[in-house]
Write a protein that binds this ligand. Structure first.
Ligand SMILES: Cc1cc2nc3c(=O)[nH]c(=O)nc-3n(C[C@H](O)[C@H](O)[C@H](O)COP(=O)(O)OP(=O)(O)OC[C@H]3O[C@@H](n4cnc5c(N)ncnc54)[C@H](O)[C@@H]3O)c2cc1C
Length: 314
């Protein structure tokens, strides 16, 4: 058991907003999970760095929460400090010319909304982001992408807190890969926001791409079901020429249920909450898919979804 009284004193003294015993399920797209012991909502990047510096000297478990669209939080919740940045929604234009736009997007901006606002200015490259849930900081961590585009393609640099200091890392230093980055591998980097650069595009073509991507989503993804998107990454080509959903299908798992959770019959790399699932139900299906796919195909699936809290005894 940790003692949070010193943290609460610090947060009160600094005027940083926080609450205790906050249920996390409202903050996740799965709508699953128990409570966080302390839930902190810093309002700007300086507060984030200050918080990081203080926590570095105190052995408390910490988790950074964005839009919760790639998470499975355990039913017992997270016995530690959850940090949920509240740096605002608005992309800030840094430089605009007839052919290019440089824009800073805060970590807490809703990614699809930021994608829409920037695309509406007639600059191209973020059309794909209009279809990906979550906050912008989370999309940097994951190098979010779809339909042949990834966030890294437009990203100039990332503003973050590291070792208690505010820093800016250029794209090349972020080691972006498929659904991966330096930050996903090392949780000591806390994202405050990032600068993007986009070329001028044809407004009609931008709008058409947004509509096309939206239609493709509607056609391929589970409807009216809570999920965290793809549970597993597609394996690299040297491991398998099949996508994760094809491997799960090959293991005969399409539509398989556990309690209130289901390996989606519509898209079997999604697990859906049918309304009364527990995080434990979802976790059991994740483990089942890992085991059965390995037995059926010899491929070890790699998780894209991030587990928060304790699942060890399930
Ligand atoms: C229906 C659906 C469809 C989806 N489709 C796609 C898709 O096509 N492509 C795709 O890439 N993803 C997809 N996803 C997954 C998810 O939406 C993205 O990965 C998204 O970018 C995650 O952002 P988030 O803010 O929700 O992150 P969260 O789920 O809150 O967190 C994810 C990880 O990022 C870390 N994190 C979050 N914010 C910060 C921060 N400020 N600093 C440091 N660490 C942070 C968390 O600690 C965690 O490790 C989909 C999800 C759903 C529900």
């Amino acid at each position: 058991m940790h003692d949070y009284s010193e943290l609460e004193e610090f947060l009160n003294a600094q005027g940083i907003r926080f609450d205790s015993d906050v249920t996390l399920k409202e903050y996740t797209t799965f709508r699953l999970g128990g409570a966080a012991k302390v839930f902190v909502q810093p309002r700007h990047a300086d507060e984030l760095a200050l918080l990081q510096a203080w926590l570095a000297g105190h052995a408390l478990p910490v988790f950074l929460l964005g839009g919760g669209s790639n998470l499975l939080v355990s039913d017992e919740g997270f016995a530690g400090v959850v940090i949920h940045p509240q740096f605002g929604e608005e992309p800030r234009i840094l430089h605009q010319s007839t052919d290019r736009l440089q824009v800073y997007v805060p970590a807490s901006a809703r990614a699809p909304l930021a994608g829409k606002k920037i695309s509406a200015k007639g600059f191209a490259g973020l059309e794909f982001l209009t279809t990906i849930p979550g906050h912008f900081g989370g999309s940097v961590i994951q190098n979010a992408g779809c339909y042949g585009h990834e966030l890294k393609d437009s990203l100039v640099n990332v503003e973050l807190a590291h070792q208690g200091n505010a820093q800016t890392l250029p794209n090349i230093a972020c080691d972006f890969r498929y659904r991966d980055s330096l930050f996903k591998r090392d949780s000591s980097y806390w994202i405050a926001g990032a600068t993007l650069e986009l070329p001028k595009g044809d407004a009609g073509a931008i709008e058409a791409r947004i509509a096309e991507y939206k239609a493709r989503r509607i056609a391929s993804q589970p409807k009216n079901r809570r999920s965290a998107g793809s549970i597993f990454k597609n394996p690299p080509a040297d491991i398998s020429d099949k996508k994760a959903w094809q491997l799960i299908e090959a293991a005969n798992l399409r539509g398989v249920k556990e309690g209130g959770a289901e390996i989606s019959a519509e898209h079997c790399n999604f697990i859906v909450n049918n309304g009364h699932a527990t995080a434990a139900d979802v976790y059991k299906l994740i483990r089942l898919a890992e085991q059965r796919v390995f037995e059926a195909t010899g491929v070890r699936l790699e998780r894209e979804v991030v587990l928060v809290g304790n699942f060890a005894e399930l």
